[in-house]
Design a protein around this ligand. Structure first.
Ligand SMILES: C[S@@+](CC[C@H](N)C(=O)[O-])C[C@H]1O[C@@H](n2cnc3c(N)ncnc32)[C@H](O)[C@@H]1O
Length: 315
C-alpha cells in the first residue's frame, strides 16, 4: 500500500500547509544536511509544519508544545495507542455511516454532548485509557463538523454545528499510522511556549507559529486574537525569541503582516528589528478594501540569513 505523505490528522485553524514551500526554502542549510538533532515547535496546532519537517529532516528528537489540552491528548494517543484509537474510531464511523441524514445529525450531537460532558472528568496529568475514546471523539467531530474546525465557546464547550458531508473520511488508517510512526521521536508538552526554553540550544532548530495578530485595526482594539493572544503576548514572545537566540538555537517564526492593511504598521519590524525579516505571499480572506487587494503577505523572521529579499510583494 502507498505510504501517505505526512500531514495533520486534524484540521486546525491557522494550518500552514500552503506556506510549507516558502518555509521549507528558508530552513537553514545545517538542518537540511542533517546536522541539527533537535526540532522544537512551541505552538504546534494541527502540526502541518511539524509533520512535514520531522519526515523530511533527520531529527533525533522533537518537542511539540501547545496550550490546548485536547491537542495534547490527541498527539499522545496517536503516538502511544494508535491501534486502539483506530478501533474506537471505526466504531464511531460505522455507527454514524449506517444512518440516514437526520440520524447522522442526531448521532453527531450525541457524540458532541458526550465529548463536552466528559471534559471536566479528563485529567491530563497522567495517561488514562479514557484518553483514547476522547481522542477518537475529537477526530470524529473534526471530520464531521461544519468546516472541519475545532472551536469552543466561552464555557470551553465544543459547539460547532453538524457538517452534512456526503461521504466524510472519518478513519484514515494509513495516515494515523504514518503520523504515529513520526511521533515516536517526539515529546508532547502541554503548556505555554515559554516552557520550551530548556529545549533550546546550539543543536536546536525551532519554528514558531503563534496565533495571528488580528489583521484589521478594529479587531486589534479588542487586543486579543481568538486564542486570547494579545499584543503584550506577541511582545513577550519576541523577548523569548531573543532568549532562545542567546542560547544558540536556530529560529524561524511567522505571523500575519500588518502592512497588508496599514503600510505604516511596523509592529513586527520593530519587535524583530535585530533579526532577518522576509515577506512571503499567502492566500487569506481579508476585506477587498485592504491594502493587499486579495494578495497578502506573511512575515517570516529568522535569526540567520535566508538569502531572500525583505520586500513586500510587487503590485
Ligand atoms: C496558528 S496555530 C498553529 C498552527 C500550526 N502551525 C499548523 O500548521 O496547524 C497556534 C496554536 O498556538 C496555540 N497557543 C495559543 N497560545 C499559546 C501559548 N501561550 N503557548 C503555546 N501555545 C499557544 C493555540 O492553541 C494554537 O493551536
Amino acid at each position: 500500500m502507498r505510504v501517505p505523505s505526512p500531514r495533520p490528522f486534524l484540521k486546525w485553524a491557522g494550518g500552514k500547509t500552503q506556506l510549507l514551500p516558502a518555509l521549507a526554502e528558508r530552513v537553514p542549510k545545517k538542518v537540511r544536511e542533517g546536522q541539527v538533532p533537535v526540532y522544537v515547535e512551541p505552538f504546534v496546532g494541527g502540526g502541518a509544519v511539524y509533520f512535514h519537517f520531522n519526515s523530511r529532516f533527520r531529527f533525533r528528537e522533537c518537542h511539540i508544545f501547545d496550550v490546548n489540552e485536547e491537542l495534547f491528548l490527541a498527539y499522545t494517543v496517536v503516538r502511544d495507542r494508535v491501534e486502539e484509537l483506530i478501533e474506537v474510531l471505526q466504531g464511531l464511523a460505522g455507527d454514524f455511516l449506517s444512518r440516514d441524514g437526520a440520524g447522522r445529525q442526531e448521532y453527531y450531537r450525541e457524540v458532541r454532548d458526550a465529548f463536552n460532558r466528559r471534559r471536566k472528568t479528563v485529567t491530563s496529568a497522567r495517561f488514562h485509557p479514557s484518553w483514547i475514546e476522547r481522542a477518537a471523539q475529537l477526530i470524529f467531530l473534526n471530520r464531521t463538523c461544519y468546516n472541519g474546525l475545532f472551536r469552543v465557546n466561552s464555557r470551553g464547550e465544543f459547539n460547532v454545528p453538524f457538517g452534512r458531508y456526503k461521504n466524510p473520511l472519518i478513519v484514515n488508517e494509513p495516515l494515523l499510522r504514518r503520523d504515529s510512526m513520526l511521533l515516536q521521536n517526539t515529546s508532547v508538552h502541554l503548556g505555554d511556549f515559554a516552557q520550551s526554553l530548556p529545549t533550546m540550544s546550539e543543536g536546536t532548530f525551532a519554528y514558531f507559529d503563534p496565533p495571528y495578530r488580528p489583521i484589521s485595526k478594529t479587531a486589534r482594539f479588542t487586543a486579543y486574537s481568538e486564542d486570547g493572544f494579545s499584543d503584550a503576548d506577541q511582545e513577550r514572545l519576541a523577548r523569548f525569541f531573543a532568549a532562545c537566540n542567546a542560547r544558540g538555537a536556530l529560529l524561524m517564526l511567522s505571523n500575519s503582516d500588518p502592512k497588508n492593511t496599514d503600510p505604516e504598521d511596523d509592529f513586527f519590524d520593530r519587535l524583530y528589528g535585530d533579526f532577518f525579516i522576509t515577506r512571503v505571499p499567502a492566500r487569506r480572506a481579508i476585506n477587498s478594501d485592504g491594502g493587499g487587494r486579495g494578495r497578502i503577505s506573511e512575515v517570516v523572521v529568522t535569526n540567520y540569513p535566508t538569502g531572500r529579499a525583505g520586500t513586500l510583494l510587487p503590485g
